[in-house]
Ligand binder design. Structure first.
Ligand code: NDP
Length: 412
């Protein structure tokens, strides 16, 4: 049915590519292109071994460089480009899509490298150009953002006349047996968590200190976990697309060990994203030279690679939406829709842990929605703007089944 070009060969790309290969009727050809071609080649080999799918090409590309991307897109001619590199590359990849007539999908919104700040305005600015070109751009199609926004769209379509309170709850109750490790790219993860908290209430944004607000929330099959209010990107588009929402918040669980390490990392300056001068030894051993490094990027280089956590990862993730509002019968109702995902099962199927799995599967389904003509809408759109039903159906079939609870105590 269609050709897909994946950019990035990390944890999320690995899962998305495996899942695409499991659906050869939709994904007739796949190219994996990233900064390090050897990683793309290894991934292509692994896919062949696990699934028998052979229509995988690989390429080297610097996704910060628009002319390089344009050349690659023109030579491969994909129907859709699936951006699973880092949020820094969103705009260059979107620009290259426009120049070459390719459709676009990503899982995280744009973030400038020199400022730990994310918002959709940069990508929404491309709306008119995509619309005029007749191209579809699907933004935020991972789990959160992604499935959480689709859960909200599904609740609005089937259960609520008016959604008034939305709490997105994200629990990772897994244990990777490392003293400290992040579950996806450490640089992006630490930038996200050390930011100020932000939530929407009564028509305005309320700011908190980083990790200032927290409470115990009970997760299905897991139990109570301390959950912290964070700023998360899907809230930004959801409060616009569902203007009846009075309050929208995002919660994520962290263990004390993780928080203790994070505090030390911040206190000793290792979470800094500005350049510092470092006296580095020369390769030929003849002395030293001053080089510029970004402490957080250096830290990433010494932390465990999230892609290597899978083998000993136990436990599961549980991510969902807790919603309160006026139901179709005119009465107040509560609703909880969620998925639990086992790290071990994800590892056995794709070689990656649950956090990469819960992001890569929705990215694959989003591309499938586009290629099967269900999510084709020229312009730049967040996932909740599309019909949630065919996507929800695929979640059940492709490894991320969801469950609903009605009229329960939401604890929030
Ligand atoms: P990884 O760091 O494992 O992978 C990123 C990949 O992008 C690497 O292969 C890297 O190359 C490649 N890359 C980085 N810079 C460039 C560049 N300039 N040109 C070409 N390739 C580049 O990250 P993850 O797989 O964990 O995360 C991927 C994306 O998914 C991120 O944007 C992350 O924010 C998002 N995400 C979204 C979630 C959601 O639920 N919505 C949850 C988790 C992640 P190299 O191998 O050479 O370093």
């Amino acid at each position: 049915m269609g050709k897909v070009l994946i950019i990035g060969a990390g944890g999320v790309a690995t899962v998305a590519a495996h899942k695409m290969a499991q659906n050869p009727g939709v994904f007739t050809e796949i190219m994996i292109a990233s900064r390090t071609k050897a990683k793309c080649d290894r991934l292509a080999e692994d896919i062949k071994k696990r699934t028998g799918y052979t229509a995988v090409a690989t390429a080297q590309v610097d996704a910060d460089n628009v002319p390089e991307l344009v050349e690659l897109f023109n030579s491969y001619r994909p129907d859709i480009v699936v951006n699973l590199a880092l949020p820094y590359q969103d705009l260059t990849i979107m620009e290259a899509c426009l120049q070459t007539g390719c459709n676009y999908l990503d899982t995280a919104n744009y973030e400038p490298k020199d400022e730990a700040h994310f918002e959709y305005s940069w990508q929404w600015a491309y709306r008119e150009r995509f619309e005029k070109a007749g191209l579809t751009a699907i933004l935020g199609c991972g789990f959160d953002p992604g499935v959480t926004s689709i859960y909200t769209a599904y609740a609005a379509k089937h259960h609520f006349k008016e959604i008034q309170y939305l709490d997105i709850v994200d629990c990772n109750a897994g244990d990777h047996h490392k003293a400290f490790a992040t579950n996806f790219n450490p640089e992006i993860n630490i930038r996200e968590i050390t930011q100020k908290g932000l939530y929407w209430e009564n028509g305005q944004w309320v700011e908190t200190e980083p990790l200032e607000i927290h409470k115990d929330l009970t997760y299905p099959e897991i139990g109570p976990r301390d959950s912290y209010l964070l700023h998360h990107e899907e809230i930004e588009s959801l409060v616009i697309n569902y203007p009846t929402i009075r309050r929208a918040r995002f919660w994520m669980t962290f263990g004390q060990q993780y928080l203790k390490h994070l505090e030390v990392i911040q206190n000793i300056g290792m979470s800094r994203i500005d350049e510092i001068e470092y006296e580095a030894p020369l390769a030929d051993g003849s002395g030293t030279a001053k080089v510029k490094i970004v402490p957080l990027q250096f830290l990433k280089a010494v932390l465990p690679n999230p892609q290597d956590l899978g083998e000993n990862y136990e436990g599961q993730t549980s991510i969902g939406c807790r919603i309160r509002g006026i139901g179709n019968d005119g009465k107040e109702h509560t609703y909880y829709v969620y998925n639990n995902c086992s790290h071990q099962a994800a590892y056995e199927e794709t070689g990656m842990q649950g956090v990469s799995y819960t992001t890569g599967v929705p990215a694959m389904i989003g591309a499938m929605m586009f290629l099967t003509g269900k999510w084709v809408m020229p312009g730049v759109h967040n996932v909740e703007e599309f019909d949630p039903d065919p996507f929800m159906e695929q979640l059940n079939q492709k490894g991320l089944p969801w469950h609903e609870l009605h009229d329960i105590d939401l604890e929030l």
